[in-house]
Design a protein around this ligand. Structure first.
Ligand code: SAM
Ligand code: SF4
Length: 343
């Protein structure tokens, strides 16, 4: 296999044909995150520089036909959950129709969307119709000026419209909020206010560095957990689903929940059940690798499904144990933007 890079480690399972994907550390893999574009209509400070990231050309991105073929293939390998992400998925024309195809023609039961909500409000009724399993909405503040400063765009009204329409439609909603060093307690308190009367799962995300960021990361800063517990001493940790990336808490008197995703500290690697495909078709076995298999190259070379499936299995039988190991071995210079990975 000449495409992509895989860690050199022996595995007895090289070309096993078991119906489900289990990696070389015994972790079942059943979750595929598809970044369908690296373009975006926001410029979140923690994700991109003001001018955006250099976008790939249209023909470098996987076509919807190629994406559909890959999803069918992964489904055959045991993937049961698919998340559409980006960049901003709705910036790519045909995103809704593609999701509809995945639900109705491919038969993906658990289909999720991660979105910034800027255009999504237009699609909520249709997403309800196809029985989307849930929306992860990115929202870091409820304050208009802070939103504009953080995202470099004045679109908070549209994002809140997406939130409200999703709740009205009864689509399960999770809110992703990146906590930056200058995130105020007031921002956090106001976001938590959203879950008082609404069954929203709010997750605060530890900010991770990316190459275009000029932010200084103070590694000694209080952990997110310490910070939240200081603000809300009544938080009760309740349940960590086997493959959950979030530590979850309930708050007395609140319908929704609060969680923490400690991405930078990589506390969830032991139960990682996901793989990613970037917009240009690189398979990522770990958030921190540079891509382990060039699926686009294989697709465009005309390889058969069986060969594709075997190549995927080989890569997933050589997964690193955790993100630290991945990074140490990849020797990356700077982190890419999440927009080219999908978060
Ligand atoms: N544009 C969509 C959105 O913002 O929801 C989908 C793609 S975005 C890259 C996916 C997730 O990555 C978002 O929840 C975003 O907050 C998160 N993200 C982006 N940059 C990040 C960073 N530096 N640290 C932590 N999370 C980040
Ligand atoms: Fe766009 Fe999402 Fe990145 Fe913000 S986090 S710039 S919305 S891709």
């Amino acid at each position: 296999m000449d495409s992509g890079r895989i860690p050199s480690r022996d595995s007895a399972l090289e070309t096993s044909h078991s119906p489900s994907l289990i990696d070389n550390h015994g972790r079942p893999i059943n979750y595929l995150r598809l970044a369908i574009t690296d373009r975006c209509n926001l410029r979140c400070r923690y994700c991109m520089p003001e001018e955006g990231v250099a976008s790939i050309k249209h023909d470098q991105a996987l076509s919807y036909e190629e994406l559909e073929r890959l999803v069918r293939l992964f489904q055959g390998l045991g993937i049961t959950k698919v998340r559409i992400t980006g960049g901003e998925p709705f910036v790519r024309r045909g995103c809704y129709e593609f999701m509809k195809t995945l639900k109705q023609r491919v038969g993906i039961e658990q289909l999720y969307l991660t979105t910034n909500g800027v255009e999504t409000y237009r699609y909520i009724e249709r997403l309800k119709e196809i029985e989307l399993s849930g929306i992860n909405l990115s929202l870091d503040t409820l304050d208009r000026a802070r939103f504009k400063e953080l995202t470099r765009r004045d679109h908070i009204d549209k994002v809140l419209l997406t939130l409200n329409r999703s709740l009205e439609a009864g689509i399960p909603v999770k809110i992703n909020s990146v906590v930056m060093e200058d995130t105020s307690d007031e921002d956090i308190i106001n976001l938590v206010g959203l879950v008082r009367d609404q069954a929203i799962s709010l997750r605060f995300i530890e900010q991770m560095p990316f190459s275009g960021s000029s932010e200084v990361h103070d590694r000694s800063q209080k952990s997110l957990r310490e910070r939240l517990v200081t603000i809300f001493p009544e938080l009760q940790e309740y349940n960590r689903g086997i493959a959950s990336t979030a530590l979850e808490f309930s708050l007395p008197g609140h319908s929704g929940t609060v969680g923490i995703i400690e991405g930078r500290s990589r506390k969830f690697c032991a139960t990682c059940n996901k793989v990613r495909i970037t917009p240009e078709g690189m398979l990522k076995a770990c958030l921190y690798d540079d891509g382990v298999l060039d699926l686009r190259e294989l697709l465009r070379k005309g390889v058969k499904d069986q060969e594709l499936a075997d190549s995927i299995r080989v890569c997933l039988n050589h997964r690193y144990a955790d993100g630290h190991e991945t990074e140490a071995d990849n020797g990356r210079e700077g982190e890419p933007s999440m927009a080219s990975i999908g978060g």
